[in-house]
Design a protein around this ligand. Structure first.
Ligand code: HEC
Ligand code: HEC
Ligand code: HEC
Ligand code: HEC
Length: 136
């Protein structure tokens, strides 16, 4: 192969690897969620196995965008920010959605409630503040 061809192959491979790594930005596999903008007096971090949820649900079950103050449905490849980028005290949001806690509770708890209704064997695991705020 000539040098030119080798260079082309090299450049193409680089683009390819970069493309794959962009497509595969699925975020961390496990997270501990904690409000940072609106720090609570008594922080109550939530454990969140992200990868496990990606197996069980579509990205759009939790992620979305915003335009002119309205929610925009998730689109494959969109930029994904932190919930608190938009859901914080002082944001122009309906009451209850203007905090990380409010947005997260609505998103997380609504689905867990549905899941527990469909699978009664999970009722105990999903009782009260579990499994998100395990007692330490
Ligand atoms: C399905 C998961 C889930 C359940 C169940 C749940 N929470 Fe949360 N909670 C979260 C998430 C996620 C946050 C936002 C991250 C954070 O700031 O802790 C949060 C935030 C909070 C906060 C704000 C704390 C802080 O540091 O900002 C309080 C207080 C809280 N939850 C109390 C409760 C109580 C009390 C219960 C049970 C009655 C409960 N939560 C049940 C997921 C859950
Ligand atoms: C069950 C809910 C849920 C599902 C499903 C989900 N995510 Fe997430 N994801 C979250 C939460 C919550 C965070 C933490 C956001 C924060 O820090 O405020 C997060 C964080 C991320 C981040 C890091 C964002 C940052 O800037 O820190 C990326 C990237 C991401 N998710 C991509 C994805 C992709 C791609 C999918 C689908 C394959 C997906 N997520 C599915 C809830 C979910
Ligand atoms: C780019 C800004 C933005 C980000 C980031 C964002 N949201 Fe939202 N979200 C909005 C807007 C705008 C609305 C619509 C508020 C209204 O009804 O006026 C909304 C509505 C919601 C609602 C109520 C409607 C529904 O879908 O049930 C929930 C729950 C919610 N967001 C949770 C989350 C969670 C959890 C995250 C992080 C994984 C997140 N949001 C990230 C902007 C955002
Ligand atoms: C779209 C539905 C959905 C949403 C939204 C959702 N969950 Fe879950 N969650 C599930 C399912 C399904 C399971 C697995 C239940 C099982 O089979 O054990 C689960 C399990 C869990 C577990 C236990 C995992 C384990 O290892 O046993 C934790 C902790 C948890 N979720 C936290 C959260 C938090 C925090 C949020 C919000 C940021 C959230 N979930 C949002 C559906 C959801």
């Amino acid at each position: 192969m000539s040098r030119k061809v080798l260079l082309l192959v090299f450049v193409a491979t680089c683009f390819c690897i970069a493309g794959i790594s962009i497509a595969a930005d699925k975020g961390p596999a496990d997270m501990v969620l904690q409000a940072e903008k609106d720090k609570a007096k008594k922080p109550k971090p939530a454990v969140f196995p992200h990868a496990k949820h990606q197996e069980a649900a579509e990205c759009g079950a939790c992620h979305h965008g915003a335009k002119d103050g309205k929610q925009v449905p998730y689109e494959e490849g969109q930029e994904i920010g932190k919930c608190e980028d938009c859901h914080y005290k002082g944001a122009e949001m309906p009451k209850g959605l203007d905090s990380y806690k409010g947005a997260a509770h609505k998103n997380c708890k609504d689905c867990h409630k549905k899941v527990a209704e469909e699978k009664p064997e999970l009722a105990e695991k999903f009782a009260k503040c579990m499994p998100c705020h395990p007692k330490t």
